[in-house]
Design a protein around this ligand. Structure first.
Ligand code: FAD
Ligand code: SF4
Ligand code: SF4
Length: 496
């Protein structure tokens, strides 16, 4: 892990390119650049448009920080919407993010602008005045476009934004808004439902165009108050725990007060030793852990966080695939993600005998509750893991009438625990197991998707449905379940 070459290779997969332009304005605002600066080189008066633009962003910032940058700025739209796909997407060098660097650039920019404005003022009243004034702004806007574009391609799309003089202007205006408390209601920041629910996976940081670390900086109200946040909501849309939203302070406080922390209260953060590593398929491994100090109260359907990185601190969530009743041992099954940052570390560096920091058990979405007596479990791919202990638990409970498990994979090789499930169907007539493979010539069983199987099942609203799998599988299953008249309140799911 300490080998610099390994670290460099690993960090190539750190920042993730993901959709950042969720609105039409963000997607197409870059077209304005054809008007200014481009058009303004032929008609310099057009450059005057940049004056109201600068005023608008400064006023908006007073109320809502760098909202302009993330949602309206034509340069931002160009960098995120057009350049991202060809950008190297590297880490922004530290000095570019330094506030003193931004202060120097801002001062230089203002002084130069001031000198030019003073010069052009001598032409006040002359017919050439508007064109000369427009030219000053056109030139500045052109420089930003060219430098910003090059940095976007060779570093990361939003490199320029780290020290953009307009961004600094926004921050000054925003500070004034905070100082006067005029923006308390309008200041909408990224807010976490509750830190206890955060997986500390760092995805919010890995997708953040400004390369910030929201999950490490939530304040006492669960808000991310970093003034460099451009309020683009990319983190909100990518958080796997779905616990982020954009709210003002009052909204964040009230969400916190109403949050249900069931499933997060009994978590323990402790050390565990890896006692066994077993290859299950060519890209899937089972890791067995023994807790060194504490005990955990495990339930099937819950998950555990494994620490994969120290600085910045990062964990990965894995469903509990098995546990001992005394609460001292558990295992997880991990599928290696192509170019995955976390699974890269887990597969390359985790060895038997290693002591890993773990946190859990967590989650309450897909656990069996009192009164459940007809269960339908739906799993997609590696989403089968929570159902290994869940099927066990369900069959140990004599009050449960029936347990159906549908497992969909792409290829036969992706089935996990298949033999054990098949044996369980002969041992206990309450259990039915439906493996289904989408595209596999060597598979002689049911072919298709989980939805094809669900469609044929004899189920109704008396069933409780627990699902785990990729979002498209969840969405498609929800549709079929609706057709089968299973109410939404009887369906619980988690995306793996
Ligand atoms: C509650 C819960 C339970 C889970 N249980 C399990 C489980 O039991 N077993 C299991 O295997 N997983 C499970 N997961 C998923 C697990 O937490 C990890 O997300 C998974 O192992 C991938 O981690 P990673 O860091 O290797 O992948 P990441 O690096 O986050 O990558 C994820 C995907 O994005 C792609 N990607 C990465 N970098 C880039 C880039 N620069 N550009 C474009 N695409 C990119 C990768 O190719 C990969 O396919 C669970 C998740 C949750 C939330
Ligand atoms: S993305 Fe991960 S680290 Fe960030 S808030 Fe969501 S769960 Fe927490
Ligand atoms: S923290 Fe979230 S909202 Fe703020 S800039 Fe980063 S991704 Fe955008």
């Amino acid at each position: 892990m300490k080998n610099p070459e390994y670290q460099a290779e690993l960090y190539k997969n750190f920042y993730i390119k993901t959709e950042r332009t969720f609105t039409r304005l963000r997607k197409y605002a870059w077209l304005f650049l054809f008007v200014a600066p481009l058009g303004a080189w032929w008609f310099p008066e057009i450059g005057l448009l940049i004056i109201p633009l600068m005023l608008t962003l400064t006023i908006m910032a007073f109320f809502n920080g760098k909202y302009w940058c993330g949602n309206i700025c034509p340069h931002g739209s160009l960098f995120d919407g057009v350049i991202l796909s060809i950008s190297k997407n590297r880490a922004i060098p530290g000095f570019l993010k330094n506030r003193w660097f931004a202060a120097v650039i801002f001062t230089w920019f203002m002084v130069m602008l001031g000198i030019r404005l003073v010069k052009v003022m001598s032409l006040w009243g002359e017919t050439s005045f508007p064109a000369k004034l427009g030219y000053i702004f056109t030139m500045n806007y052109t420089v930003v476009t060219i430098i910003g574009l090059l940095m976007a391609i060779f570093i990361t799309p939003r490199s320029w934004c780290s020290f953009c003089p307009m961004g600094t202007m926004e921050k000054l205006s925003y500070k004034l808004g905070k100082l006067t408390k005029f923006n308390t209601k309008t200041d909408r920041k990224v807010s976490v439902a509750h830190e206890e629910m955060c997986h500390k996976c760092g995805k919010c940081s890995r997708v953040c165009p400004a390369q910030l670390t929201p999950y490490l900086e939530f304040d006492e109200n669960g808000q991310f108050s970093n003034e460099n946040c451009i309020r683009c909501e990319t983190c909100v849309n990518n958080c796997p725990a779905k616990i982020l939203s954009v709210r003002n302070a009052e909204g964040a406080k009230s969400e916190r007060q109403n949050i249900d922390l069931e499933g997060y209260r009994e978590k323990v953060r402790t050390d565990a030793e890896i006692t066994e590593i077993t290859d299950l398929t060519d890209d899937t491994r089972r890791f067995t852990f023994k807790l060194l100090r504490d005990r955990m109260k495990f339930k099937g359907g819950q998950f555990i966080l494994l620490k994969i990185h120290k600085d910045p601190e990062m964990f990965r969530a894995y469903s509990i695939a098995g546990y001992t009743e005394d609460g001292t041992e558990f295992n997880v099954i991990v599928k290696k993600a192509p170019n995955g940052f976390g699974t890269g570390i887990i597969f390359d560096a985790f060895r038997v005998g290693d002591v890993i920091e773990v946190e859990g058990p967590l989650g309450d979405e897909i656990v069996i509750k009192n009164g459940d007596n007809k269960l339908l479990f739906i799993a997609g791919g590696i989403g089968i893991t929570p159902f290994i202990p869940l099927v066990d638990e369900a069959l140990r409970d004599e009050t449960i009438e029936s347990v159906k498990l549908v497992h969909g994979v792409n290829f036969k090789k992706d089935f996990i625990h298949q033999e054990q499930f098949e044996k369980m169907t002969t041992d206990d007539e309450r259990f039915q197991y439906y493996p289904v493979a989408a595209s596999c010539e060597t598979w002689n069983g049911e072919k298709g998707f989980v939805t094809d199987v669900i469609d044929k099942l004899n189920i109704d609203n008396s069933h409780k449905v627990l699902m785990c799998g990729p979002p498209p599988m969840i969405d498609a299953s929800l549709n079929v379940l609706q057709i089968k008249h299973v109410d939404r309140e009887n369906i619980y799911y988690e995306s793996a």
